[in-house]
Design a protein around this ligand. Structure first.
Ligand code: DC
Length: 226
């Protein structure tokens, strides 16, 4: 089997990580794993079961009981939990606004990190995106990227995405929500959002998706040649 590597892509909310990670996965023939979708899936299930988002014990018990499947699809990836397709449901405002609270619990994170590592043992060649992939989940990844963009640009991109999904919102509101989530994800005690020492920093503010995906694919090819 040809040599393949692990690619970790971290960064704040709406920086373009999943769109770009999906493209890089496609270009290289690697499996794409969206770890944010896993925290979102748990948040969705917790809400459906009326579990308090501050109750780390109950949330980790729930996580232990549910089966989260990330299935490749024409759209990139479907999220199936206990047989239910919740791909669209996990992008709702209510999940988005509660997910940082769920993701801050140490017990939840430890279990989630284990599930994420287990997923990588099943595949050869992986692109995983999230907040703590380069620092915690895959510290041995051969290529680590820290991707960001200005808050204004990230709000603009989210606005366009929401519009396409029929969700009406305002740019101001989105900027506030994104900044709040950045703060919560960066200030939590357990594996906060942080650039790994050996990660390459990419600011996508004035770059196209294609440009960034090409840049990362070339970096990956360089690593393969090392
Ligand atoms: O990438 P996203 O916006 O779908 O992620 C949703 C939330 O999940 C994000 O606000 C923080 C959390 N998350 C995390 O704590 N660690 C990860 N590896 C991925 C996501």
């Amino acid at each position: 089997m040809s040599k393949r590597i692990k690619i970790a892509i971290d960064g704040p909310a709406a920086a373009g990580k999943s769109t770009i990670a999906k493209k890089v996965g496609f270009k290289l023939g690697y499996t794409y794993i969206d770890t944010g979708a896993m925290y979102r899936a748990l948040t969705y299930k917790a809400s459906a079961s009326n579990i308090d988002m501050e109750d780390g014990d109950k949330l980790s018990e729930l996580l232990d009981q549910i089966e989260i499947l990330l299935v490749p699809s024409s759209e990139g990836q479907s999220v199936i939990v206990d047989g239910e397709d919740i791909t669209n449901a996990i992008r709702s405002k209510s999940v988005t606004n509660n997910v940082s609270a769920v993701a801050k619990h140490a017990k939840v994170r430890r279990l989630m990190v284990q599930k994420q590592r287990d997923l990588t043992t099943l595949v050869n060649g992986v692109v995983m995106d999230g907040r703590d992939i380069g620092t915690t989940v895959l510290p041995d990844a051969e290529l680590k990227i820290f991707m960001t963009a200005s808050v204004q640009e990230r709000a603009k991109r989210r606005y366009t995405e929401d519009e396409a999904r029929g969700i009406t919102t305002s740019l101001e509101q989105l900027e506030k929500e994104i900044s709040d989530r950045d703060r919560a994800d960066s200030e939590r005690i357990e594996s906060p959002l942080r650039q790994a020492d050996d990660a390459i920093y990419i600011d996508t503010t004035s770059k196209t998706i294609e440009e960034v995906a090409d840049e990362i694919s070339k970096l990956a090819e360089g690593r393969l040649g090392e």
